[in-house]
Design a protein around this ligand. Structure first.
Ligand SMILES: Nc1ncnc2c1ncn2[C@@H]1O[C@H](COP(=O)(O)OP(=O)(O)OP(=O)(O)O)[C@@H](O)[C@H]1O
Ligand SMILES: Cc1cn([C@H]2C[C@H](O)[C@@H](COP(=O)(O)O)O2)c(=O)[nH]c1=O
Length: 209
């Protein structure tokens, strides 16, 4: 995007059920306890909501969108939402010098697009409008454990787009892309406290140097 970031952007990535939302909350709190000015951010999927509504009209289920809505069209809309969310919401926080913890982030959207085999010719230029966070923490978890967590979570019911076979494809894509990006892989099968401690240590190492 060209503009210099004043603050620090971190993102938490991982397949559904890997613990992103849990950790965004715990890490933000832990860093505030250390005296840091930290804020969390979640992508606003405004236009993507309309894609989910389209899927509902086609299949009766907003999350049964694949392959009923072609992957390239769908992931293009997601990528545009991500770029808009970044520009309108996250970039101003960084310009004000805040430390931002993003629930998801570029690694997630690139992994989904790859897993769904969306055409990169259309998607990549939009993904490239969003800078990579200074560090992304990939919460690495096998698909079966993640699926069990999705089934047992109280926050929201499991969705069609969280089936284990798809979680496996996204996990593969995450690990491939992570090899060429500023990503720290974290063992997400550990206790929530152990995961929080590792992420907090990784963030403090960046912001205190
Ligand atoms: N380290 C952990 N060990 C065991 N259970 C966990 C751990 N971290 C999170 N959980 C539980 O797993 C479930 C999924 O966690 P969470 O919602 O944070 O994942 P997520 O990656 O944000 O998922 P989604 O992308 O689907 O929103 C929740 O019920 C949460 O309490
Ligand atoms: C990353 C990504 C996500 N989606 C879908 C998957 C879920 O239904 C929502 C995201 O919800 P969450 O609260 O962030 O878990 O969007 C997608 O279609 N394409 C993507 O790249």
């Amino acid at each position: 995007m060209g503009q210099r970031m004043e603050g620090n952007l971190f993102s938490l990535a991982g397949i559904d059920g890997s613990g992103k939302s849990t950790q965004v909350h715990l890490v933000t709190q832990a860093l505030r306890d250390e005296g840091l000015d930290v804020v969390s951010a979640k992508t606003e999927l405004w236009a993507t909501d309309t894609v989910f509504e389209l899927a509902r009209s086609l299949t009766g289920d907003p999350h049964d969108y694949h392959p009923h809505v072609p992957a390239t069209l769908r992931e293009f809309v997601v990528a545009c939402d991500v770029a808009t969310s970044y520009r309108r919401h996250i970039a101003p926080l960084l310009a004000a010098g805040r430390t931002v913890i993003w629930d998801r982030g570029p690694l997630c959207y690139r992994a989904y697009a790859r897993a769904y085999e969306a055409d990169p010719e259309w998607i990549t230029p939009v993904h490239d409008m969003v800078p990579w966070p200074v560090r992304t923490f990939l919460l690495e978890l096998d698909a079966d454990t993640a699926w069990l967590r999705v089934l047992s979570r109280s926050e929201k019911p499991s969705q069609t787009d969280e089936a284990p076979e798809f979680l496996r494809s996204v996990r593969r894509a995450y690990l491939e892309i992570a090899q060429h990006a500023p990503v720290t892989v974290i063992d997400a099968s550990a206790s929530t406290t152990a995961v929080t401690d590792r992420i907090v240590a990784g963030i403090l190492a960046v912001v205190t140097t």
